[in-house]
Design a protein around this ligand. Sequence first.
Ligand SMILES: [Zn+2]
Length: 369
Amino acid sequence: METLVIGWDAATSRHLSQFDLPFWESLSEKGKLLPEYPFDKAGYISSANAWTTISTGAPFSEHGMLGFVYGPYSGHQLAGSIQYLATQTWLPPLIRRILIGRVMGALGAGTKGEKGDKVNSTNISYKRFWEYTEGDGLIYGLPLTYPIWETNGVVVSGIPAPKFEEASNPVVYPEQLEETVYDGGDAGYYVEKESPVNDPSVSERPYCDQHLQRMEANAEKYVELYEKTSPEREFEVGFLMLRGLDDIMHATEDTSIIRDAYELIDRVTREVVDAVDPETTLVLSDHGMRPASDYRPDKQMRMDHDTTQGVWGATDSFELERHTDVTPAILDRLQIDCEVPKKRDSTDTVTSALENEVIHERLEDLGYA
Ligand SMILES: [Zn+2]
């Protein structure tokens, strides 16, 4: 494999220097990774929006994925004024966050909640980074890849895909690999316990431990998939999402839990890199986290997204600054010279009706909806 990208969802710049993380420290090139305007200034971005920009190279104004809980954003005549207000730093963070995350969503992206349509992979009209390559991608857990489509490589759908047992469309491509991924083990992104974000009486440690287990299982599954499929496939680029930090830090501010999470991520990343042995490794986060107490009265969020604390680290120079830089930089590394973003060739994914209700429930599990 030429380039392996590992998503450390919500990995926060100030935490990375605080803990003992030998793999992270071994990366020679590092920097901050920030969202584009207006999300940088407004101080809030959804993982749905961030990972879509990161994986397509298209800005929000083109891809329209505002957040997991809305439909595709199609613009609104007031959008300019809302974005202007949301970027005014004299306004309290809560107000700016509501303007960018809620008001813009309500005006231009449909209804939030159980009945509203949610975004899914068919709403993203741009190629993802591996679809530019001649070889294959081994892509695991990238958000908004459900329903999965026929593509060059092996793809395991990320959130908000339904669980394997409840999905009406394939959650893995090629479909015959579904049972390798979901074999009754811990692979996946949803945990059985209620989040402390939804129910403050739930204790934080057992909930967070389940996310740790999931991350370890996903990393092991990635290696298993690689070993099982690489004899007949030429993997050029890979992606693995370790998203537990996002869920864990929404649910706790306990330093010992947070430390365990970073240390586990660092260790399993090392294990994946050792097994896959890519030429180049890139680790990146979509945003960092900060205490939520001042601006999130609607939920029991302990911490929430911080647009100033996203990071990247790599074995080679990637010179990333913004989310829109990531796909071009990966392609540059793979010596693919073409204009980015590019529309997908076909949007012929045949899908059964999507299970909106189930997706809503899974988002609730993560404290989103
Ligand atoms: Zn995130």
